[in-house]
Design a protein around this ligand. Structure first.
Ligand code: AP5
Ligand code: MG
Ligand code: ZN
Length: 213
């Protein structure tokens, strides 16, 4: 099963992707996590994307497409995968759909976790993430078992630099300008499903499972 997660920054794409991955035993590929890991390790790629990400802009399409297509060639993707945060522009979506067609493959679902902008800012301020394994928490709705410590790997949790209020605003603008227009591509192909992302995490997941069957 091949799934694309859609939704504004902070809508809950990553949170739901991890739950789907655990239930269906397929990997999650998060371009945001890949970029952050490279920034943390100070790789060439990390240096290239850091300023863009911290300003709330988007990494160039060609670089992002090449990175994802390379990753999708891995053995662990052969029974399916979940894309979290990719595609994110009309050219990326077109390139991805062409990539699938070339490989005689198809996307099963594009799931839009829909949350209005008003709810986003408070979600972002409460988010904490694991710098080592990428696991996501929220101080109020999804706290770790031990304060400040990742349940999965024991690392100290941090706040993402791009979760500062003014950067969140830029990311929302980028989303509406560059990502939202891409949604019609999935609608035209009958791959689009929307879930109400303002519900509790487990209820959102239930709605997604009903779509995936
Ligand atoms: P990325 O890491 O993808 O960030 P994003 O799209 O802005 O999304 P987030 O990860 O912030 O939010 P999310 O939807 O995953 O929400 P989460 O589950 O964490 O990308 C970062 C940057 O990298 C981009 O800005 C761009 O610069 C670059 N980039 C990445 N991909 C790119 C691409 N393809 N092309 C170009 N550039 C790219 O949830 C948020 C919080 O809310 C958490 O604290 C969570 O616990 C909580 N929460 C989740 N669900 C609920 C709920 N139902 N109710 C209440 N709280 C909830
Ligand atoms: Mg995420
Ligand atoms: Zn961790």
């Amino acid at each position: 099963m091949k799934i694309v997660m859609l939704g504004a920054p902070g809508a809950g794409k990553g949170t739901q992707a991890e739950k789907i991955a655990a239930k269906y035993q397929i990997p999650t590929i998060s371009t945001g996590n890949i970029f952050r890991k490279n920034m943390k390790e100070g790789t060439e790629l990390g240096k290239q994307v850091q300023a863009i990400i911290e300003a709330g802009g988007l990494v160039p399409d060609e670089l992002t497409n090449a990175l994802v297509f390379d990753r999708l060639g891995n053995e662990d993707c052969k029974d399916g995968y979940i894309l979290d945060g990719y595609p994110r522009t009309v050219p990326q979506a077109e390139a991805y759909l062409a990539f699938l067609a070339e490989n005689n493959d198809k996307l099963d679902h594009a799931i839009d976790v829909d949350v209005p902008d008003e709810s986003i800012v408070s979600r972002m301020s409460g988010r904490r993430v694991c710098p080592d394994c990428g696991e996501t928490y929220h101080l109020v709705v999804n706290p770790p078992k031990t304060e400040g410590i990742c349940n999965k790997c024991g690392a100290a949790l941090i706040q993402r630099k791009d979760d500062a209020a003014e950067t969140v605003q830029n990311r929302l603008t980028t989303y509406h300008d560059q990502t939202e227009p891409m949604i019609s591509l999935y609608k035209e192909r009958g791959m689009y499903d929307r879930v109400d992302g303002t519900q509790p995490i487990d209820k959102v997941f239930e709605d997604i499972c009903a779509i995936l069957g």
